[in-house]
Design a protein around this ligand. Sequence first.
Ligand SMILES: NC(=O)C1=CN([C@@H]2O[C@H](COP(=O)(O)OP(=O)(O)OC[C@H]3O[C@@H](n4cnc5c(N)ncnc54)[C@H](O)[C@@H]3O)[C@@H](O)[C@H]2O)[C@@H](O)CC1
Ligand SMILES: Nc1ncnc2c1ncn2[C@@H]1O[C@H](COP(=O)(O)OP(=O)(O)O)[C@@H](O)[C@H]1O
Ligand SMILES: [K+]
Length: 508
Amino acid sequence: MKILTAAQTRQLDQATLREQHLLSPELMERAATAFVKWFSSRFAPAEAGEILLLCGPGNNGGDGLAAARLLQRAGYRLRVALLPTEKQSADWQHNRHMLPNSVPVVEIGPARLPKIDPSQLVIDALFGTGLSRPLAGLAAKVVQHLNQAQARVVAIDLPSGLFADAPQPVDSAVVRAQHTVSFGLPKLAFLLPQNAELVGEWQVMDIGLSANFIAEAVTPWHYTDAATVAGQLPPRPKFSHKGTFGHALLLAGSRGKMGAAVLSAGACLRSGVGLLTAHIPGCGYDIFQISQPEAMCLTDKQADFISELPELKPYQAVAIGPGLGQQPASLAVLRQLLKAAAKPLDKTGQPLPLVIDADALNLLGSHRALLKQLPENTVLTPHPKEFERLTEPARDDYHRLELLRDFATEHRCLVVLKGAYTCLATPTGELHFNSTGNAGMATGGSGDVLTGVLLALRAHAQLPAFEAVRLGVYAHGRAGDLAAALTGMAGLVAGDIVRHLGPALAEV
Ligand SMILES: NC(=O)C1=CN([C@@H]2O[C@H](COP(=O)(O)OP(=O)(O)OC[C@H]3O[C@@H](n4cnc5c(N)ncnc54)[C@H](O)[C@@H]3O)[C@@H](O)[C@H]2O)[C@@H](O)CC1
Ligand SMILES: Nc1ncnc2c1ncn2[C@@H]1O[C@H](COP(=O)(O)OP(=O)(O)O)[C@@H](O)[C@H]1O
Ligand SMILES: [K+]
């Protein structure tokens, strides 16, 4: 699924009108109908009480007026408060005329702010994607008044004052919504942590916007959902054998952090790899062999950390990092690995696929000259703090996306910036946000599990690098969702994600 800018969203609306021979009030009616469908599935008329609908001067306000009419017809009680302006949009005026007189309408003024109870449900239809500058004057005052009231707020399309695709100045007035009901495609703003308190829980409703326009629109932003990854995992042929699905090598673990190696290995095995060998420090031998009998195990001459790189010839992909520690000897192993992987090992001429995580990322961050040696399509899986060590502190989430894009294009690698909407950046500068996963996965070891999944999929001969990583990130989050459905979020541990990888991959 694509994510478009506010300007492209307006063009999409126009393209839809042309292509489907619609009048613009008809499209607005679709949007209002979709909104009311969502609203009535969440709040029964009795529960909603008297709704306050705040209405701006443009088409977002027009959506609000159309929704007011439909809500009243469905048995809701409501009053409408209009933000005064010199000029309202044509569709706004159409829907103002269509609103029955039985719906009370008042005009807001500097001394006439609507009364809002904390228990009240408020629908925010002040501004949507047409916002051209931060809110000021009366509009800002209304938003501050609403936020202070601490009422329950449902925003139409966007919380008013929020830009769909760009940051706004700190301290600008933006509605804090508990729910945002948007149309067509998700907005970039919904996916960034800094907007979480403003957007609340969000939902995108289908209003039949032009599929042709969307298909042709050029954008760096994408959203990976079930449809994106459907059918991407190649079927296992009847006569396949363990050599068919690749032999993966995992370099992980140190004294006190053998669990990271165990979790990564378990995830790799549960993600369809043919064979897995783990190279671990001597102290981990019993722990590893007992907990992962399906994996083979090489032990380092050092008891507590990794200091040797095994011969790489047998392997189709290598992961390094989970629980590694940052010993100078482990840094030397990372150096050797980058050098060896860059030389094509077989006749395809492709470098050996690498997945770099956790302490191996921290070592790269403190020895940045090594970044120049990353083989093309190397997968890096930093969380935001690890990413900062590789680059620089970001001013805000939008700046972090810029840094991410620049990093992936400069180093020609696939960077998985982990978070609630994990963002995969590609060497060509695309950003793919993941839709699966939940806050139960904010628990030690979840990232180690992801490394194992990506290792298995990078060892798979039939999966190109980008598709493998996008699929792995999706399946990891989906496994977390399946696990949380059983354990609840608080009770979820990383091992539960491993146990649900099978069903998650079977789904796609
Ligand atoms: N165009 C269409 O056909 C459709 C539009 N839809 C709705 O239309 C919305 C977009 O409508 P518009 O493009 O009219 O934009 P908005 O309604 O978001 O806002 C534009 C209006 O606000 C004014 N404005 C912008 N920034 C302001 C600021 N900082 N302070 C004060 N006034 C400001 C503009 O001058 C204009 O009058 C979407 O968010 C969505 O809710 C939906 O009805 C779907 C169909
Ligand atoms: N709130 C959340 N919603 C969705 N996924 C999450 C959330 N918090 C964490 N995750 C996922 O869990 C994993 C955590 O990785 P990481 O921070 O490296 O943890 P660790 O180092 O403990 O293994 C990432 O894949 C991340 O996307
Ligand atoms: K709004």
